[in-house]
Design a protein around this ligand. Structure first.
Ligand SMILES: C[S@@+](CC[C@H](N)C(=O)[O-])C[C@H]1O[C@@H](n2cnc3c(N)ncnc32)[C@H](O)[C@@H]1O
Length: 255
């Protein structure tokens, strides 16, 4: 009995170690790119200071970011994530730094500083409304929209940033088959509707998912990583008591 069981146990152990070895290699290969991007010496100190709250390593692991991917970052804002993803995808990959013209009044030169002197060589800036994206059909591995889908309920100075249904159709159009869409946003109270985007600058996860599913995306996974139970939800994200520490949902959808 012992003799017959010993090879079985050894084989099992070997298989287990082999499997763990493969798993570790894959995990290290992916996290090493993001870790290197986070530790890059040219990275602004204020970006690094935000990492404890924004949790970029966990967020990009959740999104499945890989070396060589082509990424469309919707509403990149000041480019905190642009810089991380640019370095993490490497020279074979690329990032489109998108921003909506109607939101440039809040940008304060952030895009120019981020891309000054061609410091991120695989980044292209694209300024369009959300329903007119400047990317070819089926060309993008990952679309991200961090702290942003609520903008579809916001119209600065009465100007739409994009028709909601058409904007989600655009996300689907540019994604490769099997490509993924990462949505992160400040959580609105139940029943608030898309209008909360124009008041509290928030949106419900369910409202976002309804728009995504109507356009043909399916939920791949969701996470409570960025949720904060101390956020009352029914205040603007710019209210001093919650700014920088809002409760946020995170969902990955697939085409
Ligand atoms: C916090 S940024 C997110 C940018 C980027 N996706 C990120 O995760 O770093 C969200 C948006 O808020 C906008 N914003 C900033 N101040 C604002 C204000 N007072 N009213 C409305 N929108 C504002 C910015 O233009 C930006 O588009």
């Amino acid at each position: 009995m012992n003799v017959s069981r010993k090879p079985f146990l050894n084989l099992s152990t070997s298989c287990l170690l082999f499997a763990l070895g493969l798993f570790n290699t894959a995990a290290l290969a992916q996290s090493a790119d993001v870790a290197a991007a986070l530790a890059h010496p040219d990275r602004p100190a204020e970006d690094a200071a935000a990492d404890a709250v924004r949790k970029p390593a966990e967020v990009l692991a959740f999104a499945g970011l890989e070396t060589g991917m082509h990424v469309l970052e919707l509403e990149a804002g000041g480019g905190y994530y642009t810089e991380i993803m640019s370095r993490a995808v490497g020279s074979e990959g690329s990032v489109i730094l998108h921003h909506a013209p109607g939101l440039m009044q809040y940008n304060d030169g952030g895009i120019d500083r981020r891309t000054a002197n061609n410091r991120l060589t695989n980044v292209r800036v694209s300024l369009t409304n959300f329903d007119a994206l400047d990317a070819a059909d089926n060309s993008i591995d990952l679309v991200t929209w961090m702290q942003g889908p609520h903008e579809l309920g916001f119209a600065p100075q009465g100007e739409s940033l994009g028709d909601p249904e058409a904007s989600f159709r655009e996300i689907v159009r540019v994604l490769k088959p099997g490509g993924v869409f990462l949505a992160i946003d400040h959580i609105a109270p139940d029943g608030a509707g898309l209008e909360a985007g124009g008041t509290w600058h928030r949106v419900e996860e369910s409202v976002t998912t309804a728009m995504a599913e109507a356009a043909g995306l399916t939920v791949l996974r969701r996470s409570d990583l960025l949720e904060n139970p101390d956020d009352p939800l029914n205040v603007s994200v710019f209210a001093p008591e919650v700014q920088g520490k809002t409760s946020q949902f995170m969902v990955l959808y697939q085409k």
